[in-house]
Design a protein around this ligand. Structure first.
Ligand code: API
Length: 270
C-alpha cells in the first residue's frame, strides 16, 4: 500500500511529513529510524506525523521524531513547515498547531515567511530537565552553558569559535541531562545578532535548529548578552527570534516544500 508524504525543510533542517489524519500508520521507532536513514530510507533530520487535533482551536496535532527513533516535544523548523503545509491545504494563513509542548499559533505572511509562537520557555531546572537542582543560567559544566526548554531540552554555550562542536555528542549524553539535550554553540556578534550551530539530540549537527535558536536567544538575553529580539544566523539561513513581553517566543523564518512522494511502509522494518 502506498503512503504519501511531504518532504520539507526549514533552512536545510529537513523533514519527512506523514499524514495520519485519515489512516493510522504503524510507525515504530525502528521504522521511523529506517525511514529517516539517508541511504536506506527517504532521509531526513526528523520524521513528522500529522494527526487530528484534540486541543480547542487547533487545526492539527503534530509529533516530531528524531532519526534515532526518539520523540521530541518541539521542533521549530518543522512547526513552520507544517504551518506552511496547512496554509497550502486550506488557504488559512493563521493555522494553529497542537504539539506535545502546547498549542502553537502560526501565521504565514504575504512574503511567505512563517511565524510560529513557540510558547513560553521553561527555565526551572526540573522543567529543562536537569538531573538535580541547579541554576539554569550557569550549568555545572566546563564552558559554563545556560539551559532552557522550548518543550525540548537545550543547553547553550557562548563561544568565540566553534571548536567545541565536536563535543556535542558527549554533551548531549551528559548525566546532567536525564532526557539528553540539544547542544547549541552561540557566537554573539552584536546585541541583536548571533551565529549559532547546534548538535541536535538524536540527530547530530543539523543545518538549522529552530527551537535551538529560540533557546539561544532566551539564554543570551537572560545573561544580558543580547536584546530579547535577535537575528540568529545558522548554517542553513537566518531566523528572527523575539522573546516577547508576554514571555512567548516568536520564531520567524522560511519553510520550503521540496517534493511530495509515496512510500511503501511495509518495506521498512518495524
Ligand atoms: N532534535 C530535537 C528535535 C528537533 C529540533 C530542531 N530540528 C528544531 O528545529 O527545533 C530534540 O530532540 O529535541
Amino acid at each position: 500500500m502506498l503512503t504519501s508524504f511531504h518532504k520539507m525543510h526549514g533552512l536545510g533542517n529537513d523533514f519527512v511529513i506523514l499524514d495520519e489524519r485519515t489512516a493510522h500508520l504503524s510507525l515504530t521507532p525502528v521504522r521511523i529510524a529506517a525511514l529517516a536513514h539517508r541511504k536506506r530510507g527517504i532521509g531526513c533530520d526528523q520524521l513528522v506525523t500529522l494527526r487530528p487535533a484534540c486541543a480547542e482551536g487547533a487545526d492539527v496535532f503534530v509529533r516530531f521524531f528524531n532519526p534515532d527513533g526518539s520523540e521530541a516535544g518541539a521542533c521549530g523548523n518543522a512547526s513552520r513547515c507544517v504551518a506552511d503545509l496547512m496554509w497550502r491545504e486550506s488557504g488559512n494563513r493563521t493555522p494553529v498547531l497542537q504539539t506535545r509542548a502546547g498549542v502553537l499559533p502560526a501565521s504565514i505572511a504575504e512574503n511567505g515567511q512563517v511565524t510560529v509562537d513557540m510558547g513560553e520557555p521553561k527555565l526551572e531546572w526540573q522543567n529543562v530537565p536537569l538531573a538535580h537542582a541547579h541554576d539554569t543560567l550557569h550549568l555545572p559544566l566546563p564552558g559554563d552553558p545556560a539551559a532552557a526548554s522550548m518543550g525540548n531540552p537545550h543547553a547553550t554555550f557562548f563561544v568565540s569559535d566553534f571548536d567545541m562542536l565536536n563535543q556535542g555528542h558527549a554533551l548531549e549524553h551528559d548525566a546532567l541531562f536525564p532526557e539528553r539535550a540539544n547542544i547549541g554553540f552561540a557566537k554573539i556578534e552584536s546585541p541583536t545578532r548571533m551565529r549559532l550551530k547546534v548538535h541536535e539530540r538524536g540527530a547530530g549537527v543539523t543545518e538549522a535548529c529552530g527551537s535551538g535558536a529560540c533557546a539561544a536567544v532566551v539564554n543570551a538575553a537572560r545573561r544580558g548578552l543580547t536584546e530579547r529580539t535577535c537575528t540568529v544566523e545558522l548554517d542553513g539561513g537566518t531566523l528572527h527570534i523575539e522573546w516577547a513581553a508576554n514571555n512567548h517566543v516568536l520564531m520567524t523564518g522560511s519553510a520550503t516544500l521540496a517534493f511530495e512522494g509515496t512510500v511503501v511502509l511495509a518495506d521498512y522494518p518495524s
